[in-house]
Design a protein around this ligand. Structure first.
Ligand SMILES: Cc1cc2nc3c(=O)[nH]c(=O)nc-3n(C[C@H](O)[C@H](O)[C@H](O)COP(=O)(O)OP(=O)(O)OC[C@H]3O[C@@H](n4cnc5c(N)ncnc54)[C@H](O)[C@@H]3O)c2cc1C
Length: 421
């Protein structure tokens, strides 16, 4: 089979790897000049570091198996980093059950209901039972108004803004159900996984072409599909797997406006990587439970991975999810950083701009599907109106939330589905 794949992220590269192993002729077309898509990396102190904070969970079987198969199993290290919550001007540890129970915003009853409802979500295996309700309605009923108001609601509002009331309980179930306290990170960065996949594809005779932004997909005859890219190149494939966000596919394929492929909605993501000469927060992960803040989370990566990996620098991510027309998505990054500094000082009153020795900014237009009740009915099938074109995209992952693990699992599924492995 002469297989084309659009996108060199986790899904596209895993699909390419599976197909090459099965002896197929594979070409991956990638718009960017880097591997990894949303999990792509920059370099800090000579070591690859994800543009957006990334870790995996103990429960992420598919990606763990892939990492092992690629010979990187010994480099996958599990850590037990800490979490905190910033609320009403103060930092509160929130890593252990004991710290959660002692969270000052909780009454004893709130603490018990928070713990019991979270434990219930861990036990319930079928997330689909939550298809039709909203997270906030479920939380108010089962976790109680106090715990919802002080922990869950600020998190949902921070992440989804005005859409927080619409978020499906299935989405929240997935976040609580399968996540573990232990977090996995590949020594040297997840980039090593993507580089290993690309190497294996090349060794098997396949190729990854960069700077190939998809322009159109057409299936003029029944026996092949034609792809053109914005630089004027044209390709013919027996089968095509498209891993881009749905709107990119719908436009390239010229799908009519009523196609399900257009229906899902996404938030964009923006993220600073700050290189600092000292630590900013005492935790790995800080949830900012104050909706006035212009960002949702501060993640001090070097509280999970030793900073000697990055030339001794402390690495802090400051990120959020926003609509693509939001000022935080459209503002010039240097101005945006200036706008964030007073808020970082609220988190750590000693914080000073002079601590920052370098910074990078990334933004992705389609980063987080907005999962609303009834989302199941909005998901298009992997098979598309074009018989030789298969869609394998992040927003089809449900009821679990997107993530590298589910991208890998989806890639295995679709390559099998089209007989490519
Ligand atoms: C802020 C943030 C934090 C995250 N944290 C984690 C985490 O901790 N753990 C985890 O496992 N996952 C995390 N994720 C999710 C994870 O990054 C994704 O689920 C996964 O990388 C998706 O892989 P994918 O290949 O399906 O999609 P993508 O990574 O989006 O890959 C799609 C590829 O298609 C390319 N493309 C797009 N348009 C075109 C076009 N027109 N022509 C050609 N190519 C095109 C893109 O450049 C990209 O390379 C996070 C994501 C974000 C945004």
């Amino acid at each position: 089979m002469n297989l084309g794949i659009i996108g060199a992220g986790a899904t596209g590269l895993t699909a390419a790897y599976d197909a090459v192993k099965a002896g197929h002729d594979v070409t991956v077309l990638e718009a960017a000049d880097e591997l990894g898509g949303l999990a792509a990396s920059i370099e800090v102190g000579g070591t690859p570091l994800e543009r957006y904070y990334h870790h995996i969970f103990r429960s992420d079987r598919a990606v763990i198996e892939l990492i092992e198969e690629l010979g990187l199993g010994d480099d996958l290290r599990f850590h037990r980093p800490t979490t905190g919550i910033f609320r009403e001007g103060r930092l509160h540890p929130f890593s252990t059950p004991w710290e959660m129970l002692r969270f000052p915003a909780f009454s004893p009853l709130d603490a018990v209901r928070f713990a019991a409802s979270s434990a219930a979500l861990k036990v319930v295996r079928d997330g689909e039972r939550f298809n039709d309700g909203t997270a906030l309605a479920w939380l108010r009923r089962w976790a109680g108004h106090g715990a919802t108001r002080s922990v869950w609601e600020p998190l949902l509002r921070g992440k989804f803004g005005d859409r927080a009331d619409e978020i499906s309980m299935a989405w929240l179930w997935a976040r609580v159900h399968s996540r573990t306290f232990e977090l996995g990170y590949v020594h040297g960065g997840f980039q090593r996984v993507y580089a290993a996949l690309a190497d294996a594809v090349a060794t098997g005779g396949g190729k990854v072409e960069f700077g190939k932004r998809l322009a159109s997909i057409r299936q003029p005859e029944t026996d092949h599909v034609t792809v053109t890219t914005e630089d004027g190149s044209s390709y013919s494939f027996d089968q095509l797997i498209v891993t881009t966000p749905q709107p990119v596919f719908a436009e390239a394929a010229g799908l009519p406006e009523d196609s399900t492929v257009w229906r899902n909605q996404y938030l964009g993501a923006t993220c600073f990587v700050l290189e600092l000469d000292r630590s900013v927060i005492p935790y790995y992960w800080l949830n900012v439970n104050d909706t006035e803040f212009p960002f949702l989370a501060v993640v001090e990566h070097t509280r999970m991975v030793d900073r000697s990996e990055y030339g001794g620098k402390h690495i802090v991510y400051v990120g959020n999810y926003v609509p693509r027309d939001d000022w935080r998505f459209t503002t010039d990054p240097a101005e945006l950083l200036d706008a964030y500094l007073p808020w970082l000082r609220r988190v750590n009153p000693d914080f000073d701009r002079s601590w920052i020795t370098g910074w990078r900014f990334s933004r992705a237009p389609f980063a987080q599907p907005v999962v609303t009740p009834g989302y199941r009915n909005l998901i298009p099938a992997h098979s598309t109106p074009m018989s030789r074109v298969t869609l394998a995209t992040m927003a089809q992952i449900y009821p679990h939330d997107r993530g590298q693990n589910f991208a890998v699992a989806m890639a295995h599924r679709v390559t099998k589905m089209i007989g490519a492995c």
